[in-house]
Structures are given as structure tokens and as C-alpha cells.
Design a protein around this ligand. Structure first.
Ligand SMILES: Nc1ncnc2c1ncn2[C@@H]1O[C@H](COP(=O)(O)OP(=O)(O)O)[C@@H](O)[C@H]1O
Ligand SMILES: [Mg+2]
Length: 320
């Protein structure tokens, strides 16, 4: 699994539950190839995604246009992470949480070099959300893996609060990821031998904290996704929508500032997808999360602050 480079997620060897799980997905992070297998369109999308300028609902008005993508758009004179990018005469933009600069990612496949990301820039501001739309194979998951430090770019930089995440040591990177990033993928990657509550508690256990504290932290967020009455169920006894809600709770149990959701409802039927999407929107809003949501669902995209389309290796404003 060379793609993930040295940014592999921690495994559950330190977990203090009865059955120690050693799969790489114990913390909810899939292997790169696992994720690719499941890539398909969201059942709700109904065709070409769009993001009309008036499409943002529930998150306020124009001031929320906070995620920029054009080269230099967020840098201002302050450099990465300074948050001083608001055009003069306008209200200052929210502080920058993450930035990618001139990101390149290519793969060697059958003697051919595939250029997937080619000079991609993205600025993610605190408390702001961005939808990433784009054709299958355009590199959306590749981008998410780079933003989460699960894979390394061929060239280019990813800053978190001004720190270049790929200059962190392995343990620093793992610690950054576990505290500051919550992942939700198309597949839930829950551990089948553990209950819903234990699955949610897993990221806490992986930081070395005790079982009692981990379960105590897991309870309220499982409750928030409406599943306290399923806490002792194992994933196999949950519906697809419930499994994704547990995965969402697990992503947020550590209180990250950034949520990375890669087609989070792509495997769900329309009704469950709508429920999970609504929950994501609510949680992003009430926790003031920064979020990057990859989706083919135009309705969901329109409710985020900015919609971008990944094409030709770069992000473009989606004009609809
Ligand atoms: N390890 C790899 N080796 C070769 N090609 C890869 C690898 N991982 C991804 N790709 C290719 O990169 C492209 C983008 O993949 P991906 O980021 O999963 O796209 P998306 O999420 O937009 O559907 C695809 O053409 C895919 O086949
Ligand atoms: Mg994908």
C-alpha cells in the first residue's frame, strides 16, 4: 500500500478493549485501495452537481464565502495560516485552518505516469465548509488523503495552522491527525467485534487514555447522532444509515476542528442519505467545524459555504 506512504493510521494495538483489533481501520481510517473500491455516485445526486450563488442555506450569507482556491487567494502578505486574506474594504475573513499549496500527486501505473493533482491550491478557514464535486476518478479521494496526512504529495505543501504537516515526524503526524481531523468515508470501517459505543470510543483509546474515560467521551456524541439506544449493538446489527452515524460520531469524538467526509452517503439509500447529510450539516454548524465534503449530491453541496469542482488536477469554482 505504497500510496499511503508513511502516513499510515495508528492501529489498535494499544486499545484496551477485550478483543484487540489490529486492522488498520481501527481508528476509522481505511486503506487507500479499500476506499477506491467503493467509489460510486451518490444515489441522490440526480445528475450534474451544481452550486448556484444563492444556494447556501442554513449557514448565513456572503460573508461565509470563506474557502478560497485560487493561487495566492488566502496567502495575503501574511503567509500560510495567518488568516489575513480578506480583500480590503470587506469584513476580515475567518482565520485559516488549513492550506494546500501547489499540490501535485501522480502515480506510476503500468509504465505510465498518471498526473492526478496538478498544482492544486485550497484554503480552509475556521468554521467554514467546502463541498468538492467532480467526476469519478478526478482525484477527490486523493486530495482528501493528502489533506488528512494519510498520503504524501508528489510535490507541494499542506499546512495546518501554518505548520507543514509533512515535516512532522510520524508520531507527530499521527497525533495531529487523531486530535485535529475527523474522517468519514463512503464505507463505515467500523470494527465488527466491537459495539457501537466501543467503536466511537476507539480513537480515544488510541491516544492511550483509559477505557472508562473513552466510553464516557463516546456516550454523548453517540447520543447526539441519535443512537444511544443502539450503543451495545455491533455494526452487523445496525442499518447502513446507523453505521454511518456511528462512523460520524467516531470521527468527532476527539473534538477535531476539521471534518473530512469523502462521499459519506454514497452507499446509502435516499432516505438514509438525507438523514446522514442533515446530521453532518447540523454537527458542522453547531460545532463550528471546518469541513471538506466530497459529494455528488448537489443538494448537500449547496448547503455548504463554497462549492468547488475538481477537474484537470485543480479546484475551480463551481458555477452551476
Ligand atoms: N495507487 C494508485 N496507483 C495508480 N493510480 C491510482 C492510485 N490511486 C488512485 N489512482 C488513480 O487516481 C485517479 C483518482 O483517484 P481518486 O482520487 O480515487 O478519484 P475520485 O475520488 O475523484 O473518484 C483514478 O484514476 C485512480 O485510478
Ligand atoms: Mg473517491
Amino acid at each position: 500500500m505504497s500510496r499511503r506512504g508513511s502516513g499510515a493510521p495508528p492501529i489498535a494495538r494499544d486499545a484496551k478493549f477485550k478483543k484487540a483489533d489490529r486492522s488498520p481501520s481501527a481508528s476509522g481510517e481505511p486503506t487507500r485501495m479499500d476506499d477506491r473500491k467503493d467509489d460510486r455516485l451518490d444515489g441522490q445526486s440526480g445528475g450534474q452537481p451544481g452550486c448556484p450563488p444563492d444556494g447556501r442555506r442554513g449557514f448565513g450569507g456572503a460573508e461565509k464565502k470563506a474557502v478560497s482556491f485560487a493561487k495566492g487567494a488566502a496567502g495575503g502578505t501574511g503567509g500560510p495560516g495567518t488568516g489575513r486574506s480578506g480583500p480590503s474594504g470587506q469584513a476580515p475573513e475567518a482565520e485559516v485552518l488549513m492550506e494546500s499549496r501547489d499540490l501535485y500527486k501522480s502515480f506510476q501505473a503500468g509504465g505510465e505516469r498518471l498526473s492526478i493533482l496538478a498544482g492544486l491550491d485550497l484554503t480552509i478557514r475556521k468554521g467554514r465548509s467546502v463541498a468538492v464535486l467532480g467526476a469519478s476518478g478526478s482525484g477527490k479521494s486523493t486530495l482528501m488523503y493528502l489533506l488528512g496526512g494519510l498520503d504524501r504529495p508528489t510535490m507541494g505543501l499542506v499546512f495546518s495552522k501554518g505548520r507543514d504537516i509533512f515535516r512532522l515526524s510520524e508520531s507527530e503526524l499521527a497525533s495531529w491527525r487523531s486530535k485535529e481531523v475527523g474522517f468519514v468515508f463512503q464505507f463505515h470501517y467500523l470494527l465488527s467485534d466491537f459495539t457501537a459505543l466501543e467503536n466511537v470510543a476507539m480513537p480515544v483509546l488510541l491516544t492511550g487514555r483509559g477505557r472508562a474515560e473513552a466510553l464516557e467521551m463516546a456516550g454523548p456524541i453517540l447520543d447526539r447522532v441519535g443512537l444511544s439506544n443502539r450503543k451495545d449493538h455491533r455494526p452487523g446489527a445496525l442499518s447502513g444509515g446507523e453505521q454511518q452515524r456511528v462512523a460520524l460520531a467516531r470521527a468527532l469524538v476527539m473534538g477535531p476542528e476539521l471534518l473530512l467526509a469523502d462521499e459519506p452517503t454514497g452507499n446509502l439509500d435516499a432516505r438514509n442519505a438525507a438523514m446522514v447529510n442533515e446530521l453532518i450539516l447540523q454537527l458542522v454548524n453547531e460545532r463550528q467545524l471546518s469541513a471538506v465534503v466530497v459529494t455528488h449530491n448537489a443538494r448537500l453541496a449547496k448547503q455548504l459555504d463554497v462549492c468547488l469542482e475538481l477537474a484537470d488536477g485543480r479546484l475551480h469554482e463551481w458555477k452551476g
